[in-house]
Design a protein around this ligand. Structure first.
Ligand code: ADP
Ligand code: MG
Length: 310
């Protein structure tokens, strides 16, 4: 199974983002995952979001730019994978060890995800990243660093980057090898580090890949039976926040495609989850489940969440 942990599994809205807060959240999230592993019925590959963490890393680089050269976005993404992967692998090991299964290896793979240089997203950057700026500074960044900046709903100016579609997980072979050797692997954090391939060489690009769509690629690559997307809502809804709103226990791929076409799911949040679920099942996966983190175990048994089936 591939489990995708949403942003709030690591940092909740309103929290400051101290290490202690994040480690505590991660501890709670992995407790549920550890039970799945201890049941002996599942082998896990874990992926996770990185929005708030990479936002803070970008802010740190920016604030210290007079002292230490700021790093490009792909490097910040790699930093966030290491940081979050470290917390998950340590917390998960400690939880398993308390149950006498400290022998199960847990490891994080810094993961690159191949994107297409001709992806239309590169002509239309839409994903806001990093800190808010004043207008003047934002426009200077646009001038000096070639950033695309937009005004974000009256809250200030923000950089936007392309959100291209993930094509392939570069480290898929090594991830498979680790899974086959019995390891729990944490991979493709934050949607992976976006790279393009030119003349046989990989190069990082300034972009952000959706973590659920990258999680789906990962799930195909490891031959997962189930893609479990854990977030902060209990089920997928049609007519979300409108009259006639309805939470769905189950939808077929055909139904999901209809709802996607009708625009029931917000872009950048629920839409990519449903799209990932559809791709996974169409690509041969048994089922995809979208559920609240707190209901992970029930969702896996089909008693909670939204089940997406053929
Ligand atoms: P994550 O960090 O888990 O990826 P997101 O914020 O990206 O979380 O996506 C989950 C959010 O999607 C929910 O909090 C909810 O507000 C929003 N959402 C948008 N459309 C829908 C919908 N049709 N049904 C349920 N939730 C929706
Ligand atoms: Mg999301």
């Amino acid at each position: 199974m591939v489990v995708a942990l949403g942003g709030n599994a690591i940092l909740q809205p309103g929290q400051k983002g101290t290490f202690e807060e994040q480690y505590e959240n991660v501890g709670r999230a992995v407790a549920g995952l550890a039970r799945m592993v201890l049941s002996g019925r599942w082998r896990l590959v874990i992926t996770h979001g990185n929005g708030p963490q990479v936002g803070n890393i970008l802010l740190q680089h920016d604030a210290a730019k007079a002292i230490v050269p700021p790093m490009p976005m792909d490097v910040c993404g790699a930093e966030s994978q290491g940081f979050i992967g470290y917390m998950i692998q340590q917390a998960l090991h400690n939880t398993l060890a308390r149950e006498g299964r400290g022998d199960i290896p847990v490891a994080t793979v810094v993961t690159q995800v191949l994107v297409d240089r001709d992806d239309p997203a590169f002509k239309n950057p839409t994903k806001p990243v990093g800190p808010f700026y004043g207008k003047e500074e934002a426009l200077r960044m646009q001038e000096e660093r070639g950033w695309h900046v937009v005004e974000d709903a009256g809250r200030g100016w923000r950089r936007v980057v392309p959100s291209p579609d993930p094509k392939a997980i570069v480290e898929k072979e090594v991830i498979r090898t680790l899974v086959e050797a019995g390891a729990i692997v944490i991979a493709s954090g934050g949607g992976g580090i976006p790279v393009v391939k030119e003349d046989g060489a990989y190069r990082g690009v300034e972009a952000v890949i959706d973590k659920d769509l990258a999680g789906e690629r990962l799930a195909q690559d490891v031959g997962a039976h189930v893609l479990l997307i854990l977030t902060d809502v209990d089920r997928v809804r049609v007519h979300y926040r409108k009259p006639g709103e309805k939470a769905l226990d189950r939808m077929t791929v055909e139904e999901a495609k209809g709802y996607l076409a009708e625009g029931h799911f917000a872009k950048g949040s629920m839409e990519p989850k449903v799209r990932a679920a559809v791709r996974f099942v169409e690509g041969g996966g048994e089922r995809a489940v979208i559920a609240a983190l707190a209901q992970a175990a029930d969702a896996l048994e089909g008693r909670a969440g939204t089940q997406v089936v053929r």
